[in-house]
Design a protein around this ligand. Structure first.
Ligand SMILES: NC(=O)c1ccc[n+]([C@@H]2O[C@H](COP(=O)([O-])OP(=O)(O)OC[C@H]3O[C@@H](n4cnc5c(N)ncnc54)[C@H](OP(=O)(O)O)[C@@H]3O)[C@@H](O)[C@H]2O)c1
Length: 289
């Protein structure tokens, strides 16, 4: 295929493994990055890095020139406006394919949640654009678990009744997105990506912290307590986490991954395997100090 695949959000949790998997398959990849050094450190010289902001139309136009595909993996608040611009600019730049990271719980019944509404708007714009596209709807990434280690504590958020979640490893997600670029049967599809086993969030967090940070105390918190701490301290990222957990606890984990698994080969990395890999990396870092 002539030209490049542009990744928006390449340095993020899901963007990194997608970028790496596409490079491994031999695709020519360009990334638009606010922090070009970070992108070069992560991907080396094999990737073409265009410095810029996805929210800036001129940056986006510059990055899209010469790209036959765009993969969008940005924070959800940017999705509707960036999708609109990618579709508009794509007509000028000769774009032929768009892949988009939505979310497993983006559904009409959950539109009252801001994230869901943003995803549904971006998806609708993409479908009406006429561009060949695939929409990926992943559940939680295993790579989000380290974000719950804060201030010397391992936070285990959630109640005993927390929804079991099929956590997916970034490497599985990256492999599946990259596989979709080699298989036109993925075009026009909305594919749910769920990991191989379901584990409630607090259990996953306790297993992760005990294995990787055995010296840390585990602080069990209910979602309402997290909301209260977030309101008292003004910490936006905690409020965001509490909202996300409430969203899953209220509606469960939506979506059926069987079509994605049949088409692209389902995720295989279990939570335990991922935790073991992470533990080895944490130990390596400690030995290097
Ligand atoms: N992680 C999950 O568990 C999960 C589950 C389901 C769906 N999703 C969806 O997947 C998408 C990606 O999530 P993620 O967890 O990978 O996000 P993330 O880790 O926060 O990464 C966001 C990426 O977007 C980049 N970015 C942010 N603002 C930008 C801007 N203005 N211009 C250019 N780049 C910008 C960030 O670059 P910097 O390096 O500069 O910050 C980073 O590369 C989101 O839409 C999310 O809703 C995620």
């Amino acid at each position: 295929m002539e030209g490049k695949i542009l990744i928006l959000g390449a340095t993020g949790t899901f963007g990194r493994p997608v970028t790496r998997s596409l490079l491994e398959k031999g695709f020519a990849v360009r990334v638009l990055a606010r922090l070009p050094q970070k992108a070069r450190r992560l991907f080396g010289a094999t990737v073409d890095v265009v410095p810029g902001d996805a929210g800036n139309e001129a940056d986006l136009r510059r990055a899209m020139r010469g790209c036959w595909a765009v993969h969008i993996s940005l924070p959800y608040r940017l999705d509707p406006v960036v999708m609109e611009r990618v579709v508009g600019l794509g007509r000028e730049t000769g774009l032929r394919r768009i892949t988009y990271v939505s979310a497993t719980n983006a559904h009409e019944t959950t539109r009252r949640f801001e994230m869901s509404a943003a995803k549904l708007r971006a998806e609708a714009r993409l479908r009406s654009s006429g561009f060949a596209c695939t929409i990926f709807c992943p559940t939680w990434a295993m790579e989000t678990l380290p974000r719950f280690v804060r201030g010397g504590w391992g936070l285990a958020i959630g109640s005993l009744k927390s929804t079991p979640i099929h956590f997916v490893a970034g490497e599985d997600f990256g492999r599946m997105v990259a596989a979709s670029y080699e298989d036109d049967r993925a075009l026009g599809k909305r594919l749910f990506i769920h990991g191989p086993e379901a584990v409630p969030l607090p259990e996953a967090l306790i297993r992760f912290v005990r294995a990787c940070y055995p010296d840390l105390h585990i602080l069990r918190l209910l979602p309402w307590q997290v909301r209260l701490i977030a309101a008292l301290t003004g910490r936006q990222e905690l409020a965001e986490v509490a909202r996300l957990i409430a969203y899953f606890d209220e509606v469960g984990e939506l979506g059926d991954p069987s079509e994605a698994n049949a088409l692209l080969g389902g995720p295989t990395v279990t939570l335990q395997q991922w935790i073991e890999g992470r533990k080895a990396r944490v130990l390596d870092t400690r030995h290097e100090r």
